[in-house]
Design a protein around this ligand. Sequence first.
Ligand code: HEM
Length: 424
Amino acid sequence: MTEMSEADRARDTAIAADLEDPHEILALILDPKRRGTLHPYLHRLREVAPILHTDQATGRPAWVLTRYAEIRDVLRRPDVRSDERGADLFDVGPEGHHFVDMQRNTLLFLSPRKHDHVRELISRAFTPRAVELRQERVQTVVDELIDRLAPLGRMDFVHDFAFRLPMAVICEMLGVPPDDLPQFYDWAQDSSRRAEIGGITDEIVSRGERATLGYADYFMKLIEDHRRAPRFDLMTALIDTRDEEGVGLSDEDLVGGCYILLQAGHGTTQDLLGMGILALLQRPEQLEFLRQTPEAIPTAVEELLRFDTSVQISQRVSDEPFQLGDTTIGAGEVCVLFNGAANRDPAMFADPDRLEIARTPNAHLSFGLGRHTCLGASLARLEIRTALETILRRLPDLRLDGDAPHAYRDSLFLRGLDTLPLRF
Ligand code: HEM
């Protein structure tokens, strides 16, 4: 966990500008102590070596990409895939196999044919329309959280709000009874930690196994329960959905589907909310503009997504050799895509380090592109929009807690704050 000040940021900007060796720059990007000052190093790597071949990022040879144009190109190519080869990255031997097996059953790492079939069926139950119908419930969850916090005058935004909102929403959609929520807290954190790159200790592996088995067992019972007593929720819709030939989701697909909806559906949004509120509180003129112009909230959501995305990295493996400019990427080679660097590429975004909440167009890559484009983008947008609108309206004196600094988690795949103390 790293605390960050403006002085740290200025220091890292100056350090990064003098660096020439791309491996040294990447080492600093991967250094957990620099999570809060990541962008100067991403900028420098993009300038010095936008297509870098190295084993530093994942412990095996890979192409590290930091320019918008190439990252977009790779995400759009049907022959450059995320499939079971991506799940191998998590392989640490038999003692960690439950986690790896679970990853292989999630949308992100299914083979293309299987992926498209499962995604088609999950999407039917998870349409933007179905999500929009949740609007009232999302508002109620946000209001209940603020009702509880408002009299206290202070909170840790990450623990007290940003974590709870997406977790409560996705659990409710899946039909998880509210009383069962607390047991998800540890599983969620242990699974996220296990999915990180680097620093995987025996303790992290064994906690990851416990979390995976806990999730699998819980979801299987929840599925059986819903089969016995169908309800009007996402889980029943997932159980009932069928393709044109009448083929539905297997138990394995359902468990993998619940797992990814829950795991991809809470930490990402939590981190985006945390870093987004921090960015606004650090820029009072933007915050004030948003208070005065609530109709700008939808563009503000897109800009916060661009400015500091929570999913910093995606990975792909090529089936066939292909060209990226002058560079040939060979068959079977891995590309590590720094989405956060693409979102700050000056070739795509004018003045990219400036948070401009009225920025349009804003073709950020925070939800990915192509076959694996985020399935939960509409839900994430709804949650962030509702949270922002309600917080600005109901906590007009919201400010950083001068006595307690914010701090970043060590993680990079999923980058975010560990704590964000606020007063109001
Ligand atoms: C701010 C919040 C979010 C961000 C930044 C985000 C980002 C992403 C990104 C970048 C991908 C693509 C990964 C890749 O290409 O390798 C992705 C995939 C996915 N996301 Fe999200 N996500 C967010 C919220 C959500 C929510 C709320 C849900 C569901 C409830 C969700 C469910 C998924 C699923 C299921 C996939 C896999 C899609 C596939 O492989 O076909 N995400 N997300």
